[in-house]
Write a protein that binds this ligand. Structure first.
Ligand code: PMP
Length: 460
């Protein structure tokens, strides 16, 4: 007998939770959990749930997004203006819109040199699928139709469509979905905290040998591309040694294999520059992006590529048979342009480096705790890998890491999440020092109560 108002935020929280539980199948739904967290409002780095409780969003919309923070009127205005001018028109064939052309040009000025063409998608997964197809098509049209293999990496996260999902190397994600995309091979990524994975050799040395052997086994003339994130995101915020990407790049180039940098997380300022692949020495042929492009206000992804790749798949007598109804959506493009303006005007690239320092300082105490194996801070993101035994580096169970994230949520109102044993931070780039300090002291406080031997968090 509840009266339902037409404004969702004024509906009783319990009713909304119930509707959600009964009718929504969530992305990555956790089968064993019946609780629901229904968010209704956001401002800056703060969000409010349906019961009115306030939370600090240390994870950027809960999922590495929200570069410019929540509730930006400029982005609402840009969307409203565009909807009244022209809400949508296709970019298929020779059609397009003013906003998609302007955004494409803008991205090429921000991107590493040579990235002169842009293909728009609605998500990161679509961007990755597009990149995989582009790589194969490029070789096919150049007269090397056997170059079909894609090399991806264990622990990499590239999405959950069939193509991007096959390239993803997170355990569990390929269980029982039937045959995946054929011709995808995985190699190890760097994981400096776990040198035992590299058989006592230097990390890069081991990985270069493994990659060389893989190329030899598959046959260089059968390989289209390798895909990798500059810094592993969903794999646990793991940065490579400085010589890794330059040497991988050189090896791939010597075999005519393209390199796809997946910057869906690292793009648009997350690690102090517009794109992280260039400073890491990737010199990519194709860059996939999404998330921070619009700060998540509307869905949009963008694939940036060298001119010769675009020219090989469309040009002369050749047509390109690939595209989405909403590719280059003008509302998304207008929001993206306004979003990039804010990132520039408010110097959010520099801010991400300040956040980095605040996290480093704030997590120094936590790093000494028996449950913390490794603290990895890369720009405005951090991974805190939890261990059951600091000496052997045996990881905690995923369940225990999830309990830590839950405790932060319940007792401190701080939103983080775990990826396996690693607790992850990726806040809006407007995060303030006090918010960073609140996050790191909450983490230190909760981890101080974590007893790995019993697998319990003591009450506060
Ligand atoms: N690539 C990377 C590196 C990602 O982190 C993600 C999503 N977290 C994706 C691709 C997939 O993006 P989406 O969820 O928008 O499909």
């Amino acid at each position: 007998n509840v009266t339902i108002s037409s404004t969702p935020s004024t509906r009783p929280a319990a009713l909304l939770e119930d509707l959600d539980r009964r009718h929504v199948l969530h992305p990555h739904e956790r089968g064993h959990r019946s609780q629901r967290r229904v968010m209704v409002r956001g401002q800056g780095s703060t969000v409010w749930d349906a019961s009115g409780r306030e939370f600090l969003d240390a994870l950027g919309g809960g999922i590495w997004v929200a570069q410019v923070g929540h509730g930006r009127q400029e982005l609402a205005d840009a969307a409203a203006r565009q909807i009244s001018e022209l809400a949508h028109f296709t970019s298929f064939f020779e059609y397009g819109t003013d906003k998609s052309a302007l955004l494409a040009e803008r991205l090429t000025t921000l991107a590493p040199a040579g990235m002169d063409r842009v293909f728009f998608t609605c998500s990161g997964s679509e961007a990755v699928d597009t990149a995989l197809k582009l790589a194969r098509l490029h070789h096919h049209h150049r007269g090397e139709p056997d170059r079909n293999w894609i090399i991806a990496r264990h622990y990499g996260y590239h999405g959950t469509t069939y193509g991007s999902g096959t390239a993803t190397g997170i355990p569990n994600m390929q269980v029982a979905v039937g045959p995946n995309l054929p011709h995808v091979e995985k190699v190890m990524p760097p994981y400096p905290y776990r040198p035992e994975m590299y058989g006592g050799q230097g990390t890069t040395e081991f990985l270069l040998n493994e990659l060389s052997e893989t190329i030899e086994r598959l046959g260089a003339g059968n390989i289209a591309a390798m895909i990798g994130e500059p810094v592993l995101g969903g794999g646990g915020v793991i940065a490579p040694p400085a010589d890794y990407w330059p040497r991988v790049r050189e090896l791939l180039r010597s075999h005519g294999i393209l390199l796809i940098a997946d910057e869906v997380i690292t793009g648009y300022g997350r690690i102090g520059s517009w794109f992280d692949s260039a400073p890491r020495g990737m010199d990519a042929d194709i860059i996939t992006t999404a998330k921070g492009l619009t700060s998540g206000y509307v869905p949009m992804g963008a694939v940036l590529m060298r001119e010769e790749i675009a020219a090989s798949v469309a040009g002369g007598e050749r047509d390109f048979f690939h595209g989405h109804t909403y590719s280059g959506h003008p509302v998304a493009a207008a929001v993206a342009l306004a979003n990039l303006d804010i990132i520039e005007k408010e110097s959010l690239l520099a801010r991400s480096l300040a956040i980095s320092e605040w996290f480093r300082t704030g997590l120094a105490g936590a790093a000494e705790l028996p449950s913390v194996g490794d603290v990895r801070v890369e720009g405005a993101m951090a991974g805190i890998e939890l261990v059951a035994d600091k000496a052997t580096r045996e990881p905690v169970t995923d369940t225990l890491a999830l309990a830590v994230a839950d405790e932060l949520y319940e007792t401190h109102g701080v939103i983080t999440r775990n990826y396996g044993p690693t607790l992850v931070l990726s806040p809006p780039l407007v995060f303030e020092r006090a918010e960073a300090e609140r996050t790191t002291s909450a983490i230190t406080e909760v981890l101080g109560r974590l007893d790995v031997a019993s697998g319990r968090i003591a009450p506060r």
